[in-house]
Design a protein around this ligand. Structure first.
Ligand code: CP
Ligand code: NVA
Length: 341
């Protein structure tokens, strides 16, 4: 992403004459955001959550397209409701009729879409599709989950941690399970805010080495601490335990992977090793009885539905920053009071 512009966004008429985008900002992964922008978006999301009515006309006259190659409940609903509550129109593109880059070249799909819409929200099988769209689209492309990243989820997770602990960097979080797309984005998010994360995965299911390298570079700048282990004893004393499905959408279901992950189930025994009252986190959908047990998901310390709600607030903040920089100046710092839910 280029630096946030402070001018009125160009109209679609102007965009219609553009052949290739030059300075359009996109959100493909959390690391597209500068560290101060992550903080600023969290503070803005908290403001939106406190008083959504203040933004009820922000997207008036604008149209958002959602193009999803995989199923969704939370992501689709939160983008649709959030954008409409702020006065915009949303179209969900049926992938049987209008698939990204299958009925026609991806470049033609993207260059057609930008004539009608102000932003594209995409959920793709391959992260390469998100990147290809950013190369062709003169309107912002927001990654709503790819095989490698889920940045909107991670931003909602930071907001949830901030509400629960006063700041997103205060708690020590443990990721337990598959080193997948949600894990990658959580790593990037916690690295960005200078937080503390222990990633606990079975052997063979660690996060991508390339993403780990980029995350470690950001940790050097922010003072964040991210550690990697296969040892479940590393949940000792953590303030939050986060897990996700063993088999992600689009991935072949494989018994060897399930077998490797079974010991990493988040259950009462595992939660008992964490700090007293530790939060339980899950992006949902959960596979109850697999990666987490009912008692953990339904415990009073579970924040899974706060995470789901916060998707809408952070996504509205992201879209405001991308589409209405004339309305929002992102704060570069935040104070704990920002996050009182
Ligand atoms: N967490 C999440 O992205 O949920 P959906 O797959 O239901 O959108
Ligand atoms: N890792 C999961 C997250 C679902 C929101 C998947 O990609 O299917």
């Amino acid at each position: 992403m280029t630096a946030l512009a402070s001018t009125t966004p160009p109209s679609r008429t102007v965009l219609a004459s553009a052949h290739r985008p030059v300075a359009t900002r996109h959100l493909t992964c959390v690391h597209d955001l500068a560290q101060h922008e992550v903080h600023g978006l969290l503070a803005l999301a908290a403001r939106i959550k406190r008083d959504p009515s203040a933004w009820s006309t922000a997207f008036r006259g604008m149209a958002l397209a959602l193009a999803f190659e995989k199923p969704s409940l939370r992501t689709r609903a939160s983008f649709e409701v959030g954008f409409q509550l702020m006065g915009g129109s949303v179209v969900f593109m049926d992938q049987r009729d209008s698939p990204i880059g299958q009925r026609e070249a991806l470049s033609d799909w993207a260059r057609s879409m930008e004539r009608w819409f102000d932003a594209l929200v995409v959920r793709t099988m391959s992260h390469g599709t998100v990147e290809a769209l950013t190369a062709w689209s003169s309107i912002p492309v927001v990654n709503a989950l790819s095989d490698l990243h889920h940045p909107c989820q991670a931003m909602a997770d930071l907001l949830t941690l901030a509400e629960r602990f006063g700041s997103p960097s205060t708690p020590h979080v443990a990721w337990v399970g598959d080193g997948n797309n949600v894990c990658h984005s959580l790593m990037e998010a916690i690295a960005s805010v200078g937080g503390r994360l222990t990633v606990i995965t079975p052997s063979g299911f660690a996060p991508s080495a390339d993403i780990v390298r980029a995350v470690q570079a950001r940790c050097m700048r922010t003072g964040a601490s991210i550690r990697f282990t296969h040892d479940l004893e590393a949940v000792a004393g953590v303030n939050a335990v986060y897990t996700d499905t063993w088999i992600s959408m689009g991935e072949a279901d494989a018994e060897p992977k399930r077998a490797a992950l079974r010991p990493y189930q988040v259950n009462a025994g595992l939660m008992a090793k964490a700090a007293p009252g530790a939060a339980f986190m899950h992006c949902l959908p959960a596979h109850r009885g697999e990666e987490a047990t009912d008692d953990v998901i339904d415990a009073p310390t579970s924040v899974v539905f706060d995470q789901a709600e916060n998707r809408m607030h952070v996504q509205c903040a992201i879209l405001l920053a991308l589409l209405r920089p004339d309305l929002v100046e992102l704060p570069t710092t935040f104070v704990p009071g920002d996050f009182v839910a």
